[in-house]
Design a binder for this molecule. Structure first.
Ligand code: B12
Ligand code: SF4
Ligand code: SF4
Length: 373
């Protein structure tokens, strides 16, 4: 077994695989573990129960639980910014999809490339585990240690020349390296800027550097499988999958380069800003044709239609009333309930007449009951 690997060689190999940044650090726990445990203690993880599972908290605390004998972490970044007409994104007749989901699903794209990198380590009989997003690893914290950026007040990892529109992923390995990377200079930071904190539509930052997922549009549109809190819905605007507001306002993203990676091309309109009308009538076939292979395919059609009901309500477009009304007979109770809310917003209490008689789901009845007061 080769004792020590060359840092420069592994970084060149990462660049050859298309990664826009890479760094190597010793396999030590995050210096901000306390911030993670405070976050859990405040229930800021909302319904992301996997964040609090004992086996997961153990792995975040102790990298030896991830891989016995772990010596190093290779952190990589992949830019995903693509060009798209900005006026279409803010058109209320269109739903808005977060930019990270416009291209191919990054989990698959990155996993395949990192496996190629890990194969070189395995060839030398080292162990190597590939992590992309889902793993029990504080990716931003390790990325920060590896010099891939600094943590902004919006909690994103920001690179001074590339902004924050990049994904992170890692290889944890038993291999040791001849040199290790260091964090960026401490002078690179948010300074006095607070734009993201004030721009967040739902006030999801209780403090700088801390996000409460219970209030985050990204959490609710992607991860929440059920009822979206009524008090937040009107603040969602036209977001139907994820949210980019705290990145769009960040001055560092003026420097975010357009990705040259074939996995993240300029998207067709339905990938970034589909008409709300089209989402309200989305069939399984069209859903598959439009979103197969993208991160949007992970949430399922019903959740996207539920989110489109909120965007329909927020659009103020009364021509959508017939489509929203027909969704109050949908087979999915969450679609029916959120369609009821949109109908109430667009047509008032009178528009809800007749819905109670044919409804049998307790959750939907409770939702409608609250709307009529
Ligand atoms: C859970 C999760 C979410 C949750 C919660 C987000 C959150 N802020 O915690 C939700 C669903 C809301 C979410 C949303 C998004 N996510 Co997300 N998410 C994750 C996931 C799976 C875990 C994050 C986590 O551990 N949170 C717990 C908190 C406590 O940890 P943390 O925010 O990472 O912060 C650590 C923390 C603990 O170590 O302390 C740090 N720290 C460092 N310096 C300092 C300084 C101070 C003062 C403090 C207090 C803390 C601190 C350090 O940065 C990661 C992937 C992963 N495995 O890491 C992706 C990840 C963070 N998400 C990502 C993305 C792209 C997004 C979205 C942009 C998607 C979208 N457009 O809708 C939004 C952005 C919202 C936002 N402002 O963060 C990327 C971020 C890339 C980047 N450049 O930062 C990641 C890394 C996925 C990936 N593999 O690329 N996400
Ligand atoms: S993703 Fe949107 S809702 Fe979530 S913290 Fe950022 S601006 Fe707020
Ligand atoms: S908007 Fe300002 S405060 Fe927020 S992350 Fe960017 S630089 Fe930091």
């Amino acid at each position: 077994m080769s004792a020590v690997f060359s840092r420069d060689e592994v970084l060149s190999a990462a660049a050859a695989l298309g990664f826009s940044g890479a760094g190597v650090v010793p396999a030590e726990p995050s210096a901000h573990l306390d911030a993670y445990f405070d976050w859990l203690a405040q229930d800021y993880h909302a319904g992301l129960y996997y964040m609090d599972r004992p086996d997961r908290t153990l792995r975040r605390r102790d990298l030896q639980a991830v891989l016995p004998g772990a010596q190093s972490i290779i952190s990589v970044a992949l830019d995903y910014r693509a060009e798209f007409p900005p006026d279409l994104l803010v058109d209320p007749s269109r739903g808005r999809i977060a930019a990270y989901a416009w291209g191919l699903d990054y989990h698959a794209v990155i996993r395949d490339r990192l496996r190629a990198l890990a194969a070189a380590l395995k060839k030398m009989r080292h162990k190597a585990v590939v992590y992309v997003d889902f793993g029990a690893l504080l990716e931003r914290s390790h990325g920060e240690r590896a010099g891939l950026g600094f943590v902004g007040k919006n909690t994103l990892l920001i690179h001074p020349r590339r902004g924050s529109l990049f994904f992170l992923a890692e290889i944890v390995t038993t291999a040791a390296f001849d040199a290790y990377d260091a964090p960026l200079q401490p002078s690179l930071s948010c300074g006095r800027c607070t734009r993201c904190l004030t721009a967040c539509p739902t006030d999801a930052f209780p403090h700088p550097f801390v996000l409460d997922a219970n209030r985050c549009i990204s959490y609710h549109t992607i991860e929440n499988p059920g009822w979206i809190p009524r008090s937040l819905r009107a603040k969602f605007g036209n977001w139907v999958f994820g949210c980019d507001v705290c990145q769009d306002v960040c001055p560092w993203n003026r420097f975010a380069p357009v990705s040259r990676d074939s996995a993240f091309p300029s998207p067709p309109k339905h990938r970034a800003a589909p008409y709300v009308r089209d989402l309200l009538t989305l069939t399984d076939e069209v859903y598959r044709a439009w979103y197969d292979g993208s991160a949007v395919s992970q949430v399922g059609r019903a959740r996207l239609v539920r989110n489109a009901c909120i965007a329909a309500g927020n659009s103020g477009d009364t021509s959508l009333i017939p489509l929203v009304r027909s969704l109050t007979a949908n087979s999915d109770p969450f679609v029916r309930g959120h369609a009821g809310w949109a109908l109430w917003l667009l047509g008032g209490v009178d528009a809800l007449r007749g819905l109670f008689q044919r409804e049998s789901d307790d959750g939907v009845l409770a939702e409608l009951g609250t709307l009529v007061g």
